[in-house]
Design a protein around this ligand. Structure first.
Ligand code: SF4
Ligand code: SF4
Length: 402
């Protein structure tokens, strides 16, 4: 007997887990590793930049997850190919309707740095995106690694770090990314941008028949609820499928500390009761404390019940997205690479090394599952397994509360 959960079911039942790789993050090896580990840990959605190379890297990782030789890699029953084939996460691409911190990259001229600067920018960067290798190698921001968090800006003693917006033309990029077979689009917006939102939405509408979900990400702000109702009317005029409201509490901050999760929860409480119909999903500052806090506030959907999409005190969150914190959980593996070309080469050529690959991958999956599992505590997965799988604990079950 097989009882499998798919992304939409996770949304309907309130345990949707989304990995945010970053709207401007383009480090392909890390995107591949993050996607591979979180896919194997049970993520429902992988959110990436609107960049064909990034989308392809994420798709390669999802494909790799569904075709891994499980016995060789000594992985868990929950990563059985039958499970993953049915539970394949949706691939979401983020677009923006205007200036947005998620769509920018830091930049500075390393030649202007005082020779005695202790380089606080390098230390504070959570993505190892600032480096000073020996010349002639280029020094400064490694653009593909920068995801625009902005932490390096205030620490520079000469104030020379700036950010530059990453701009994509929706009319040009949409046909390319749709041709790659993405599942969902997320629109990042801010209060008062109705006209800009409508322009972007008009560009997306022709592609809607090929999408499974639309999400809208927004920060808190004055008249936020009224703005969301306006967007709802714009979207619902042409889209009747699943609609997610992403409450972006404190963007790109989940790895900074326990308290960063509060802003997303507070915004979600308002949207749940007063916001327009649809699924409400947390993001921005989410971390290991988010599920506990959401449960204390009564925002989680009880196991076995469905999420209400209508506003009111009965509506609960449909899921949680994790970005900075999810990446931080895998930092030790991202630094050395998990599924990069080198690893695959080793894996192909050396049976002993292949075992090592499996061990490292399995450790990364366990770290990812520790974040995924609390949200999916009520999830019941039963699979027919061969005996050889039965001795290995599931990463989901392993982190499930008693
Ligand atoms: S600290 Fe943030 S903004 Fe600065 S380089 Fe690193 S990722 Fe980019
Ligand atoms: S903190 Fe500023 S001056 Fe110092 S190394 Fe970084 S960019 Fe250069």
């Amino acid at each position: 007997m097989t009882d499998l959960y798919r992304p939409l079911q996770s949304l309907c039942e309130g345990h949707w887990f989304k990995l945010i790789c970053g709207a401007s993050y383009q480090h392909l090896a890390s995107i591949r590793d993050l996607t591979l580990a979180y896919t194997l840990a049970g993520a429902d959605c992988i959110d990436v930049a609107a960049d064909p190379a990034v989308i392809t890297a994420a798709q390669e990782a999802i494909q790799m997850a569904t075709t891994l030789n499980i016995p060789d890699c000594n992985l868990a029953p929950s990563v059985h190919p039958d499970f993953l084939a049915a539970h394949r996460p949706w691939l979401m691409v983020s677009l923006n309707d205007g200036e947005d911190p998620h769509f920018r990259k830091a930049h500075f001229d390393a030649d202007r740095c005082p020779t005695d600067c202790p380089r606080p920018c390098e230390r504070i960067c959570p993505a190892q995106a600032i480096a000073f290798p020996a010349p002639p190698a280029p020094q400064g921001v490694i653009a593909e690694r920068c995801y625009g968090c902005g932490r390096c800006l205030p620490v520079c003693p000469i104030g020379q770090i700036i950010t530059e917006a990453t701009v994509v033309n929706p009319a040009q990029i949409l046909p390319q990314i749709m041709a790659l077979g993405i599942d969902a689009i997320e629109i990042h917006t801010q209060m008062g941008r109705v006209a800009a939102f409508q322009r972007l939405w008009s560009a997306i509408v022709p592609h809607c028949p090929h999408l499974k979900l639309i999400a809208v990400s927004f920060p808190d702000g004055e008249d936020a609820i009224a703005y969301l109702w306006t967007l709802h009317d714009v979207i619902r005029a042409t889209w009747s499928g699943p609609l997610v409201w992403q409450t972006d509490g404190r963007p790109m901050s989940g790895d900074l500390g326990k308290g960063t999760t509060h802003a997303a929860l507070k915004l979600a409480q308002t949207v749940l009761t007063e916001g327009p119909p649809g699924y409400v999903q947390l993001a921005g500052g989410t971390n290991a404390h988010t599920v506990t806090k959401a449960r204390q506030l009564g925002l989680l959907t009880p196991s076995g019940q469905s999420v209400s999409r209508e506003p009111g005190p009965q509506r609960t969150i449909a899921g949680i997205a994790y970005g900075s914190y999810a990446r931080a959980q895998l930092r030790q593996w991202l630094e050395t690479g998990l599924a990069g070309e080198g690893e695959r080469e080793v894996r192909r050529e050396d049976r002993e090394a292949r075992g090592l690959f499996g061990e490292r991958l399995w450790s990364a999956v366990q770290a990812a599952a520790a974040l995924v599992s609390p949200l999916k505590a009520g999830l019941v997965v039963s699979l027919e397994r061969e005996d050889r799988f039965s001795q290995v604990p599931s990463p989901v079950a392993a982190a499930r509360p008693p």
